[in-house]
Design a protein around this ligand. Structure first.
Ligand SMILES: Cc1cc2nc3c(=O)[nH]c(=O)nc-3n(C[C@H](O)[C@H](O)[C@H](O)COP(=O)(O)OP(=O)(O)OC[C@H]3O[C@@H](n4cnc5c(N)ncnc54)[C@H](O)[C@@H]3O)c2cc1C
Length: 286
């Protein structure tokens, strides 16, 4: 279908983009357009103004800031998954990003767009949650930070105010450079499809025991979730397949996944347990 009519503003700076959001009641930001354009074409949204961020200064790129990387919101999936910095320090993010859609979508779609869209079936919100990322948000009163656990509020809903935008994301270095093992397990009906369920696991080992585990779940509720019962059960245990089996059996606790054409809720809960076991075993190096 043809999208509804709207004005388009190309913002040169973050401040310019925020000013349009503050002036207009019904404006939408355009990043890679991979989610927004289908929404417009299906006439699920009728913005008066679309604010194009594709030439907005200072929103692309990846830099090293000590214990974390800073990734500009407009950095494409392709750039993230191929970044030497991301692969070395935040390998889970590179691995999960490589499973997003297909090459065309990864060349246009952006890290910030995927997080702001907050689709619980998207791979990157659960990964951001597992890392404990911090979102840097710009609004009319300047910038503020929001933790990933507060950012994802509900289905397609974030903590962003209508006058705010995501500018960059701070991702802690939890990768091989800091002795973290990782694995993203994605179960999909066909290659390049959305996840029926996904599990993002980060595991830090020390002296034969699991020191800490951080596990994010994709498509297991109306927002990305942490598998907190599994994380707690893994804390301090000797690294054995039996211990991982017991902890993974708790992975679906507290989840409320959807039932749809790709699977019923109880099937998704079963998948979450199976995929968590597999992801944690790999991340723990067993
Ligand atoms: C065929 C297809 C298959 C896909 N498969 C997958 C998949 O397997 N896994 C997966 O995770 N994703 C998948 N996607 C989605 C893809 O990852 C998109 O890139 C992503 O969801 C949106 O990113 P974008 O940059 O295109 O954002 P856009 O579509 O431009 O924007 C998405 C939403 O975020 C808002 N937004 C964008 N940038 C900002 C910002 N900086 N601050 C505040 N709000 C902002 C927009 O206003 C809009 O509401 C798929 C998409 C397609 C078309």
């Amino acid at each position: 279908m043809i999208p509804p009519q709207f004005d388009c503003v190309r913002a040169r700076t973050v401040e310019e983009a925020v000013a349009v959001l503050a002036e207009q009641d019904n404006a939408k930001l355009l990043a890679g357009g991979q989610s927004l354009l289908p929404i417009l074409r299906l006439r699920l949204a009728y913005p008066d103004v679309v604010v194009d961020l594709n030439r907005t200064a200072g929103m692309r790129g990846i830099r090293d800031e000590g214990d974390h990387l800073v990734i500009g919101a407009m950095t494409t999936h392709y750039a993230v998954m191929n970044s030497a910095l991301v692969r070395r320090h935040c390998g889970l993010l590179a691995e999960a990003t490589a499973t997003v859609a297909d090459p065309q979508v990864r060349h246009r779609g952006t890290f910030g767009g995927a997080l702001s869209h907050a689709d619980p079936a998207g791979d990157l919100p659960a990964v951001a949650l597992a890392f404990g990322t911090t979102m840097v948000v710009a609004g009319p009163n300047g910038r503020r930070t929001v933790s990933a656990s507060e950012f994802f509020v509900d289905y397609l809903q974030t903590a962003l105010e209508p006058t705010e935008m995501l500018v960059e994301v701070r991702v802690p270095k939890l990768g091989t450079s800091t002795a973290w093992g990782y694995r993203y397990e994605k179960f999909q009906r066909v290659a390049q499809a959305w996840a029926v369920v996904g599990v993002a696991a980060l595991v830090r080992r020390s002296a034969g025991a699991i020191e800490q585990a951080r596990i994010g779940l994709t498509n297991m509720g109306s927002r990305p979730l942490r598998a907190t019962a599994t994380e707690a059960a893994l804390n301090g245990v000797k690294v054995t397949a039996g211990a991982v089996d017991e902890a993974a059996a708790l992975a679906a606790d507290g989840t409320s996944p959807p039932s749809d054409l790709s699977g019923q809720a109880d099937y998704r809960q079963h998948l979450a347990r199976v995929l968590t076991r597999s992801a944690v075993l790999t991340a723990a190096g067993i």
